[in-house]
Design a protein. Structure first.
Lengths: 493, 451
């Protein structure tokens, strides 16, 4: 951090900047007669000005949010190797295109003849995702990865009910994202956690044993898994499931590692969600919005959520004609603004660029792995694809934990890796560099990690006290949870 | 090499370091039987070529900006201050992720804390989360929370004119959870049928959902509904599709509703063909541990300075997994930031001004339609009922009417026919502070001639 005052001094809450009589807006002059609401609306239902809302000028607002922005680390600033999140470069052209008036301002309930361009764009994106996955059809509706999981699991449930089966169980490896079990439960299933092999991959013997029970609806599995390792027996796994009438749900969070290299369709996936905010560059936005289209196998096509975009003759239409559909999963048709950005990215990179993207992601992760494997412990040493999961075993002797390493990385100007996930690796440091950076940025990160490894040995207290250079030091999360303060109130100021 | 990727030299050096001749060697763990050939996609395109393609999509649409637009029904066209998008386009905001590392995410965290505060102020409830996907899924989350709070009660009541899309989404989610839905209709005034509601309540009902203003634009009497619902032991859910209404109308929080939730797009977000929108969710302190979604809380750093962190995460999927209060992970953070900026600009006075101007414009339109008489082909559905900024104009052929209006440069509203046969046939007409008197007069004149 530099010496700028706005980076050193805390920025008050917008409510604390309030000064009576300031305004940050001006409405167009009201040309219609003003209305006294007590004459048009029941008095008991009216409210006055809202106590505590700020009174600030436009300049105040610009300063406030500009200062806040400077307290964030971002992809635009540097490597953001958050494992499983695929924090790649977010192209600016995508932002420009998503803001075209003919795109950003479209109302979802305009008649179809007025939105043919939007529907064509959605159709083209669907075709592109079909091309990428080798699966027959895609819904663009889910708003995020977890939402896609839920949609996929609801389709599986509906398909089973159609066969007159009420299977209850969904198998989920112990290395899975937490959204997998949560989504399965909200789709009406019970989950069974299955232990991974010593290599951290699916254990087919365990799988077969569960399948023999006859009550298994599906397996949810991430490919490559959360260790960044390809599931070597995925085709056989799909075969075992299908043989027993169960389905394969594939979590596409790690799709960035094999676009143009392999087809989930050939792996036997019945449903696969695609995080457009990971693989296809739509910005993460400080916590969304994302988009989680789901590709399905022929077995699930009838159950896709409505509406689907169809091309009839030369026209595009939103079709609700899907009698076996699970129904609607959200308002309107999907996070359209994110769909625009994803298609722009696919068009920009094209056929060969997308493959090169995945190759770059795999190479960058393997380079980091190679350079750091003497400095950090690697519990599972299977071949890495786009991410590598180290842990703090080497540092534990001096009492330095993964969280300390993460905080010290902040002092060296990098966002830390994902911490303490997957759960099967104790003290995990999950590094996913993506394809966006060249060797120089990776080398700088590697140098920081190596320095921290030395510091952990020679001066562990230094690491344990980090960070020293951020706008705030380590924050008391226990206090936040024990005495929750979740909003500003005047009495406190 | 492509402009979004590193160069040949980078790759050669890294391949040397890992001891491989090609990336293909690093991909050896992916079996041949799942490999694909060249993707069936066009080759790479320059920025200019991509821009050309997307302009073609854009001009194949009819942008409401080029018309007098009265579209609403869940998505509204209010003022969009330039400051909001300028701030949103700062890479520090839009290229960051969920603030897992609070020391380098104070900007996002503080903004979410401010968003939570605004939502509490608007709803008159104690706690609000960091956002949900949209209004439809916000109502779903409210119902799911009610079912956790009252696990023995397995029925949900949806009272009055409820957004049909939101209703369809609720069906999708309730069925696998074993929650039955009872729908209560509306009376001649467009409001919840009180007698029917009284009959639907019971000790097996966990949630009662009331949209106000409702889907037909009518303002429900929350002051009587709230206590009646609370008295039945169910959780009251006030669903809001037009968030600017909260600048003028008292929220469910004042009348004993346990949850006020819905769609906040109206505070300055573009319509974006229906997404991304902005779900919001507020409830009472008593339910905080059953809430869905992320929460930001205030705390102190090791030297006593105020800071903000994600908190009460033991409710969430990454900790609680199968027992989480929701499966949501990525939410709509950037949209929440946009609304926070717009709410800051509007502030205490502006939130009310926007609501008053929208209401006055709609009242002007309503008066114009009323003047055409109750025998006119286009006439008010509920001439005596209170409305905020949207109302239903009955018409026997609204789709043809819409097409004729469009030919005159007017997007006259949303036809109820697109939601099926159960709705009175007509146009939902919405007005905001952006509709000029001239636009309103054009619509009224056209209705008179074409109606």
């Amino acid at each position: 951090m530099n010496g700028s005052r706005t980076l050193r001094e805390p920025e008050r809450l917008i409510f604390e900047r309030s000064s009576q009589g300031r305004v940050g807006y001006q409405l167009p002059a009201l040309e219609v007669p003003p209305v006294d609401p007590s004459a048009t609306l029941p008095a008991a239902l009216l409210r006055g000005e809202i106590e505590g809302m700020p009174e600030v000028s436009e300049v105040d607002v610009v300063r406030h949010f500009t200062r806040l922005s400077k307290w964030n680390y971002s992809v635009d600033e540097g490597l953001y190797p958050l494992g499983s999140c695929t924090m790649k470069y977010n192209p600016r052209i995508n932002e420009e295109l998503a803001r075209l008036a003919g795109i950003a301002q479209l109302h979802p309930l305009q008649p179809e003849d007025q939105v043919q361009g939007a529907l064509a764009l959605m159709w083209e994106l669907e075709q592109a995702l079909v091309a990428v996955t080798g699966m027959p059809k895609v819904t663009l509706q889910p708003a995020a990865g977890a939402h896609g999981e839920l949609a996929g699991m609801l389709m599986i449930r509906k398909a089973l009910m159609d066969r007159g089966e009420h299977r209850k169980l969904v198998l989920i490896p112990d290395s899975a994202h937490g959204t997998n079990p949560a989504s399965a439960v909200f789709a009406g299933f019970e989950t069974v956690e299955i232990a991974s092999t010593a290599q951290g991959t699916l254990d087919l013997a365990v799988l077969a044993r569960h399948l023999d029970g006859g009550d298994v609806a599906a397996l949810m599995v991430t490919v490559p898994n959360t260790l960044g390792v390809f599931e070597p027996e995925i085709v056989k796994t799909a075969g075992l499931l299908h043989e027993k009438g169960a389905y394969l749900y594939m979590d596409g969070a790690n799709l960035n590692s094999f676009v143009g290299i392999a087809y989930p369709g050939k792996m036997g996936a019945d449903a696969l969600h695609i995080n457009l905010h990971k693989t296809f560059s739509t910005p993460h936005g400080g916590g969304g919005p994302g988009a989680g289209p789901v590709a399905v196998s022929q077995a699930l096509v009838s159950y896709l959520p409505v509406p689907t975009v169809e091309k009839v003759g030369g026209r595009y239409t939103l079709s609700y004609d899907r009698p076996k559909s699970i129904g609607k999963v959200r308002g309107f048709y999907g996070n359209f603004g994110m769909l625009v950005r994803a298609l722009a990215y696919i068009r920009s990179l094209g056929r060969d660029g997308l493959k090169s993207m995945s190759e770059g992601a795999v190479l960058n992760a393997n380079y980091i792995r190679k350079r750091l494997e003497g400095d950090y412990h690697l519990q599972y040493d299977g071949p890495s694809l786009h991410e590598v999961v180290f842990d703090d075993t080497f540092q534990a002797a001096s009492g330095v934990k993964n969280v300390d390493i993460a905080k010290r990385l902040l002092d060296y100007g990098f966002h830390p890796p994902t911490m303490s996930f997957p759960l099967i690796v104790h003290g995990a440091l999950m590094i996913e560099p993506t394809e966006s950076d060249g060797i120089d940025e990776l080398d700088a990160f590697i140098a920081a990690m190596k320095t921290i490894a030395v510091e952990a040995k020679e001066n562990p207290e230094l690491v344990k006290g980090a960070p020293y250079t951020t706008p705030v030091a380590r924050l008391d999360e226990v206090r936040a949870a024990r005495q929750p303060v979740l909003r500003w109130q005047r009495t406190k100021s | 090499m492509h402009r979004y990727l590193a160069g040949e030299d980078d790759r050669r050096k890294m391949l040397d370091a890992v001891g491989c001749a090609s990336v293909e060697e690093l991909l050896a763990s992916i079996p041949q039987e799942v490999r694909c050939g060249a993707l069936d996609l066009p080759p790479a395109a320059s920025e200019e070529e991509v821009r050309r393609q997307f302009w073609a999509y854009a001009i194949a649409n009819s942008a409401p900006e080029c018309f007098a637009s009265f579209l609403g029904a869940g998505v509204y066209r209010h003022i969009a201050p330039a400051v909001a998008d300028a701030m949103l386009q700062r890479g520090e905001f839009f290229t960051a992720y969920t603030p897992y590392q609070p020391e380098v995410s104070q900007g996002t965290l503080q903004a979410v804390f401010e968003f939570q505060t605004f939502v509490c102020q608007l709803t008159q409830l104690d706690v609000a989360n960091a956002s949900l996907y949209d209004g439809a899924t916000a109502v779903v989350e409210a119902v799911m929370m009610a079912a956790r709070v009252l696990p023995k009660r397995r029925r949900v009541v949806v009272a009055g004119a409820f957004h049909p899309d939101w209703s369809a989404v609720l069906d999708t989610y309730c069925e696998p959870m074993g929650l039955a839905i009872t729908r209560v209709g509306w009376g001649a005034d467009g409001r919840v049928d009180g007698g029917e509601l009284a009959g639907a309540l019971g000790n097996d009902v966990c949630a009662v959902v009331v949209q106000s203003p409702n889907f037909l634009g009518v303002v429900e009497d929350l002051s009587t509904l709230g206590p009646a619902i609370a008295g039945s032991g169910a959780l009251g859910v006030h669903a809001v599709a037009e968030a600017t209404s909260l600048g003028l109308l008292a929220p469910g929080g004042r009348f004993g509703f346990d949850v006020v939730c819905g769609e906040m797009q109206a505070f300055g977000l573009p319509a974006a063909f229906g997404g991304p929108l902005l779900g919001f969710f507020a409830t009472k302190q008593a339910h905080v541990r059953q809430m869905p979604g992320r929460l930001v809380g205030e705390t102190l750093d090791s030297s006593g300075r105020r800071g903000f962190v994600l908190t009460l995460s033991t409710r969430e999927q990454h900790i609680r997994r199968a027992k989480a209060t929701s499966n949501i992970c990525t939410n709509h953070g950037l949209m929440a930031l946009a609304a926070t900026i717009v709410l800051s600009l509007l502030g205490r006075k502006g939130v009310r001004d926007v609501a008053l101007a929208s209401h006055a414009t709609a009242e002007y339109l309503k008066a114009g339609v009323r003047d055409q008489g109750s025998g006119a082909r286009a006439r008010l559905a509920f001439p005596q009922s209170p409305t905020y900024n949207e109302f239903l104009v009955l018409h026997d052929d609204p789709d043809v009417l819409l097409a004729r209006l469009k030919a005159e440069g007017i997007l006259g509203g949303v036809s109820t026919t697109r939601f099926g046969d159960s709705w009175p046939k007509g146009l939902l007409v919405a007005a905001t502070e952006r509709n000029t008197r001239e636009e309103c007069n054009r619509l009224l004149d056209a209705l008179r001639r074409l109606g």
